[in-house]
Ligand binder design. Structure first.
Ligand SMILES: C[S@@+](CC[C@H](N)C(=O)[O-])C[C@H]1O[C@@H](n2cnc3c(N)ncnc32)[C@H](O)[C@@H]1O
Length: 242
């Protein structure tokens, strides 16, 4: 009985104090930060050179918190999203309908085992926002191999990581990991990818109000590209100006 009352109380609080968007996007992160995290993603990718004609793969696209403005910006059929949790992707499909963007025909796939996925499509940009931090080491390696196989020559793979060596924590059934930069450099090199650490997310406008600058300094954006695929070159470690 007490359990039932607690659940009703929680549901009421949730409905009274959180907007529909906050409730939906709480499936992929802190409810109150969903707008900042949405705006951050498209702003970052545009600075990194994303153009409407490009093909983009959003790895771990979740509820399309970041995906909606990207689908809007890209040409029809140029956005691909993969998400491990089917129920979360279903929320993303509802988000797409409500945003009136179904006609942009994004390709949305449920799946988490990158070692068995072949999309028969390669990409100018692969994007993994707050996803690599939730991967066990073996899954990370499969994902890097998958990315290396699906990047166009000159294509870029961006993903944020937590640099450090804290013990693993957990988040919504996934681990939450921090690893030294050398770990990512080695794992990427094994797959033929070069890595540049572009700096803390805060440098690109990602701000979490209740975390100190020091805490956020370890949340870093990595850029990866095929070592033998031409492009990035001398500017690999910098991001174009807005
Ligand atoms: C923190 S959320 C971020 C969602 C989205 N990128 C965004 O920023 O709005 C991480 C998402 O990655 C998904 N995920 C975790 N591991 C994955 C995997 N191996 N393949 C695909 N998705 C994965 C989770 O289910 C979750 O929805």
């Amino acid at each position: 009985m007490r359990g039932v009352l607690r659940r009703i109380k929680r549901k009421l609080t949730w409905r009274l104090f959180y907007s529909a968007e906050e409730r939906r996007h709480s499936l992929v992160g802190p409810a109150r930060l969903w707008r900042m995290k949405r705006d951050f993603q498209i702003a970052f990718l545009k600075k990194a050179g994303l153009e409407p004609r490009h093909h983009l793969l959003d790895l771990g696209c979740g509820t399309l918190r970041g995906g909606i403005p990207l689908i809007d910006y890209l040409e029809t059929g140029h956005y691909f999203g993969i998400e491990a949790r089917k129920d979360v992707l279903d929320e993303g499909r509802r988000e797409l309908q409500e945003a009136g963007l179904a006609a942009k025909k994004p390709c949305l796939l449920a799946g988490k085992d990158m070692s068995s996925v072949d999309l028969a499509q390669d990409f100018d940009h692969i994007w993994a926002f707050s996803v690599l931090i939730h991967m066990k080491d073996r899954i990370l390696r499969d994902t890097l191999r998958f990315a290396a196989a699906h990047l166009r020559p000159g294509g870029l793979f961006h993903g944020n990581v937590n640099i450090g060596d804290r013990p693993d924590r957990s988040w919504q059934g996934f681990p939450c990991v921090s690893r030294p930069l050398a770990f990512y450099q080695e794992a990427a090199a094994d797959c033929g990818l070069a890595v540049a650490d572009l700096g803390p997310l805060t440098a690109f406008g990602h701000r979490v109000p209740d975390k100190s600058e020091e805490e956020q300094a370890g949340h870093r954006m990595l850029r990866m590209w095929q070592e033998d695929g031409g492009a990035p070159g001398p500017d690999a470690g910098s991001i174009g100006s807005p």
